[in-house]
Design a protein around this ligand. Structure first.
Ligand code: DGL
Length: 289
């Protein structure tokens, strides 16, 4: 059995998103793997990622990775669907060049696998940001798991920003109803919430889709994948102490802290502001030992 040196096992898991949405994923990690340390980076100055082009998302993801590598992470979790869909392969390629060959995991594949297992009639719906839906990443991940499963994807415009605004009103309900309509028409029996913000409006979505439709969120299956990767690579912490978690953001730390608690459902503590630098391959290669 492989066991990494103690110094490496004690390193934090890096988690990133464009903002607070990825905290729904961090929540699952904190619950499933409470002994690990985490460093979460929110690129909130450049939110929303869901309206960005794939090339921009790739460039941003590489900058974020560089910052997290400088903080000595042992694994990178992309807790953002838009960034996963557009940038995970590019990110993995660069991470593989680091001294530790740090691995990168995203939210798309674990949710796709769970949805394929859940569907009874082979018809899965995906609700996602325009950026995520445009890449076709969910359709590809589902086809790779079972090509007999049909996928109906709906780009949900500014739904993530509406959720961030924290007003649960009739306008929000009407917007959700509109996004769910094509899925109801298609008769899907399983729906992936393909954006890290959407779990916060799961009750509204479930009401629109009806009780027989199974809703899949990526946090829990991704946390299981993280557990598997850390365990099989001997990278998991062996002590039983409660781990620490900390936050970095590129936007206003006070806003992030205020909005974040609702998403994390745990206290956030101090948030440090960071300025990201354009990614340069040599810094990734020579990441901290
Ligand atoms: N976290 C992003 C995602 O999962 C949604 C928010 C944004 O558009 O930046 O795609």
């Amino acid at each position: 059995m492989i066991v990494a040196p103690e110094e490496v096992r004690r390193r934090p898991v890096g988690v990133f998103d464009s903002g607070v949405g990825g905290l729904t994923v961090l929540h699952e990690l904190l619950v499933r793997l409470p002994h690990e340390d985490y460093v979460y980076l929110a690129d909130s100055a450049r939110l929303p990622y869901g309206a960005r082009r794939p090339e921009e998302l790739q460039a941003f993801a590489l900058e974020v990775a560089e910052e997290l590598l400088l903080r000595g992470i042992k694994l990178l979790v992309v807790a953002c669907n838009s960034a996963t869909a557009a940038a995970l392969p590019a990110l993995q390629e660069r991470l593989a060049q680091t001294t530790l060959a740090v691995e990168g995991l995203g939210v798309v594949q674990p949710a796709a696998v769970q949805a394929v297992a859940a569907t009874r009639r082979g018809r899965v719906g995906v609700l996602g940001t325009p950026a995520t839906v445009a890449t076709g990443a969910y359709a590809a991940a589902i086809a790779a798991t079972d090509p007999f499963v049909e996928v109906v994807s709906v780009a949900c415009g500014d739904l993530a920003l509406r959720i961030e605004a924290d007003t649960i009103d009739t306008e929000l309900v009407a917007a959700v109803r509109g996004y769910c309509a094509p899925l109801r028409e298609a008769g899907v029996d399983t729906v992936i919430l393909g954006c890290t913000h959407y779990p916060l409006v799961k009750p509204i979505i479930q009401r629109m889709l009806g009780p027989d439709v199974e809703i899949i969120t990526s946090g829990a299956p991704l946390a299981r994948q993280v557990e598997h990767v850390l365990g099989t690579r001997g990278l998991d912490r062996r002590d039983q102490d409660e781990g620490a978690y900390g936050f970095l953001c590129t936007g206003d730390p006070a806003t992030f802290e205020r909005q974040g608690t609702r998403f994390l459902q745990l206290p956030l503590g101090p948030v440090e502001r960071v300025a990201l630098e354009p990614a340069r391959g040599e810094r990734l290669v020579g990441s901290p030992a």
